[in-house]
Design a protein around this ligand. Structure first.
Ligand code: ADP
Ligand code: ADP
Length: 231
């Protein structure tokens, strides 16, 4: 059973741009699923719909087999969706663990304990090969690590599905390798990863399935294993 099933999604922005129309997405549990397409194809709009920051004007969205109508990102987060945007929302002068914990209400009204928070963030970082020091200040970290702090934020909120919006666009080649190591650790431990991508070699290196978008539509889904570099 798919973890995400979007059927015939439509989104028309105020002003009339048809950003999504006839969009279908089927993501299976534990896979790395790439969404590819040219600028303006509608990828970001689809991701925003999955995260509840854009509302579809038509179509059906099911998460974990349950039909949803997200009123906002809070609903999506509660359903286990985490989103890493291209532009990070980190507080530069704060530490990694402070950024991770920030905005997560303490469960059961228990106050955050510094040592516990650091230990939890360190444990997540190690388990998912994110390789960031919980006590480092964010503004001292290279962009690749800052991005992985965003992934930590989602994991801290117990995300089961991680959506990454063009994650490799800002990364050096070495950082792409580090990100992909983390992605492999995520799916090895039952998470599902969806990412927007441009570069075919990168897509083929990491994905199981690929959905192709063109001019606001999904034009098909393929298994990465069935695609060759020159196709
Ligand atoms: P992609 O992520 O594939 O580049 P987008 O979903 O960002 O595609 O954009 C799809 C189309 O919708 C484009 O024509 C874009 O200019 C337009 N668009 C995106 N966001 C908005 C918005 N907030 N308001 C109006 N038009 C938008
Ligand atoms: P992305 O490729 O991630 O969509 P952009 O630089 O295209 O990044 O867009 C940045 C922001 O501006 C996004 O929130 C997008 O929805 C919005 N946007 C994109 N195109 C338009 C547009 N034509 N009109 C208004 N907002 C837009």
């Amino acid at each position: 059973q798919p973890v995400i099933e979007a059927i015939d999604i439509r989104r028309v922005y105020p002003g009339g741009t048809v950003a999504n129309d006839g969009v279908n997405l089927r993501v299976m549990p534990g896979e790395v699923h790439a969404v590819v397409g040219e600028n303006g194809a509608g990828k970001s709009t689809l991701m925003k719909i999955l995260f509840g920051t854009e509302k579809p004007d038509g179509g059906n969205l099911s998460i974990f087999g349950q039909q949803v109508a997200f009123a906002g990102p809070r609903d999506a987060i509660d359903m286990g969706i985490g989103m890493v945007f291209q532009h990070f929302s980190l507080v530069p002068s704060f530490t990694v663990y402070e950024n991770v914990v920030l905005g997560s209400e303490p469960k059961n009204g228990i106050k955050f304990d510094r040592a516990t928070a650091i230990a939890r963030v360190r444990e997540l970082s190690q388990r998912f090969r994110l390789n960031v020091d919980p006590e480092a200040r964010v503004d001292t970290l290279p962009v690749g690590q800052q991005q992985r702090v965003e992934i930590l934020k989602s994991l801290y909120r117990d995300a089961k599905i991680l959506i990454l919006d063009e994650p490799t666009a800002v990364l050096a080649p070495q950082e792409v390798e580090e990100l992909f190591a983390a992605v492999r650790a995520l799916v090895a431990q039952g998470r599902t990863v969806i990412f927007i991508a441009h570069k075919l070699p990168e897509v083929l290196a990491i994905s199981d399935s690929i959905t192709v978008m063109r001019a606001g539509r999904t034009v098909g889904q393929v298994k990465a294993a069935d695609v060759t570099e020159d196709s």
